[in-house]
Design a binder for this molecule. Sequence first.
Ligand code: C2E
Ligand code: MG
Ligand code: MG
Ligand code: MG
Length: 291
Amino acid sequence: LAKAEANNHSRFYIASVDQEIRARKQLEKDLAQALGRGEFHLVYQPQISLQSNRIIGAEALLRWSHPDRGMVPPDHFIPVAELNGTIVEIGQWVLDESCRQAAAWAASGMPLRIAVNLSAVQLRQPDIVGTILATLGRHEIPPGRLEVEITETGFMENLEDAVEKLRQLNGAGISIAVDDFGTGYSSLTYLKRMPVQHIKIDKQFVQDLLTNDDDTRIANTIIDLGKSLNLSVIAEGVETHEQEFYLRQRGCQIAQGYHFSRPLTPEAFREFVAQFHGKLEENVDNPQYNR
Ligand code: C2E
Ligand code: MG
Ligand code: MG
Ligand code: MG
């Protein structure tokens, strides 16, 4: 009986793995066509200076509206796109669309910095630096108006190559942020070697900032690290006034999160900025490149 049951279990297991493989194949197929079918769009989440209470920029976040399945979250499809390489083409679209939007904002008196997530797979492309600079040039965006966000795991695989490319991007005036800081293989040694201007406290530490002592300590440590390495710290996932207040008085410079605004369509973003009327701030990180 036990044997029959075990057999049954494994058959069930195989059936579900089979199903998963099929679903995954379908996702890959849909993903390959999504770009051509115009199924992607970007939403923009404001980033607020905690010192001046001004909007200093926006993070561009990718959205995929699948014809049958509705919104597919990026955490679901980006790992797949990274594995099969489609992230290179999709990421290039994100960069181009972000720059187009930044140019439109600038033309209407909103010279905001735009932060774009760059996958490790994109960073590994030999021509990535040239591609990014050419995209900026095509849209006449000063490099100081672009921020590139990469995760720690993004550098690790080929550290020398990553450092060299980030140096080139940074040398051209683009600022670099380490995303999801604290969740990967943080190493102080590489952080010191990296041409990085910002570290982003992952939202998992911000969520329970005021209720979980470990998270409080982690956030404090990242803020202090930022201070000693002369990097500005961005807190992501700020959802309450209390979190904002704590982060400000603790010395965190920039925040983004639902407390300020969800990621917005370009139209809604424009309205949000209008409410912050006149509170725009020029990019302070690389002023020499800001025109
Ligand atoms: P991320 O870059 O760390 O982005 C932050 C995520 O937190 C976003 O999720 C954002 O919508 C969400 N978020 C912002 N404020 C709050 C808040 O107050 N509370 C909560 N609970 N969440 C908040 P999203 O848009 O689902 O993106 C997830 C991840 O997908 C991103 O994490 C990033 O790693 C990746 N991603 C998104 N767009 C792109 C892209 O264009 N290229 C690449 N390579 N990755 C992207
Ligand atoms: Mg990000
Ligand atoms: Mg993040
Ligand atoms: Mg994250």
